[in-house]
Design a protein around this ligand. Structure first.
Ligand code: ADP
Ligand code: MG
Length: 160
């Protein structure tokens, strides 16, 4: 499903919608790869998800720290808590996949209570597990295209 957003808030609404469509998987973390150029809206999308999951700390780009782990408390969006942690990774500055392995990648991807959102997953493509791929495109100054794989049987309409 493809969305065209006209501003930052609309991108966050798409993120809010997306988070309601995913469920945790048995035996592995839920991993979401965020593809797209610098400024395409990947970090903004993560901020939208963080807000809806009740993360109060401000979510800033983990470009320099690579990985940020947020503890999830009670969530407004789900009746049943699906995840214990939101893990936000920015692989942009990584030169080798090894660097992510050193941050405990194997452990974090095997915990079904983790929701992992990773920017620039193509940089560590060789160690990415099966994941949901979301693509962001810069259309004009304030417009972005977001492509999310969806179950075709569901029709979705977001009222911006
Ligand atoms: P990335 O993480 O992909 O590099 P960011 O989310 O950090 O991108 O930055 C996106 C920038 O574009 C922000 O400064 C944001 O305010 C701006 N912007 C303008 N229009 C939009 C839109 N429709 N969706 C998301 N961000 C937008
Ligand atoms: Mg970013």
């Amino acid at each position: 499903m493809r969305f065209t957003t006209k501003n930052l808030e609309e991108t966050k609404l798409v993120a809010n919608h997306f988070i309601t469509t995913i469920s945790s998987t048995e035996g592995a973390a839920t991993v979401v790869g965020l593809y797209g150029d610098l400024g395409a809206g990947k970090t903004s999308f993560v901020q939208g998800i963080a807000e809806v999951l009740g993360i109060e700390d401000s979510v800033v780009s983990p470009t320099f720290v690579i990985e940020k782990i947020y503890e999830l408390g009670e969530q407004k969006v789900y009746e049943v808590k699906k995840f214990d942690h939101l893990i936000h990774i920015d692989a942009y500055r990584l030169e080798k996949s090894d660097e992510l392995l050193h941050l405990g990648w194997k452990e974090i991807i095997s915990d079904p209570k983790n929701l992992i959102l990773i920017e620039w997953p193509e940089r560590v493509g060789d160690i990415m597990p099966e994941h949901i791929k979301i693509t962001f495109k810069h259309i004009s100054e304030n417009s972005r295209e977001i492509e999310i794989p969806t179950d075709e049987s569901k029709t979705v309409k977001i009222d911006f």
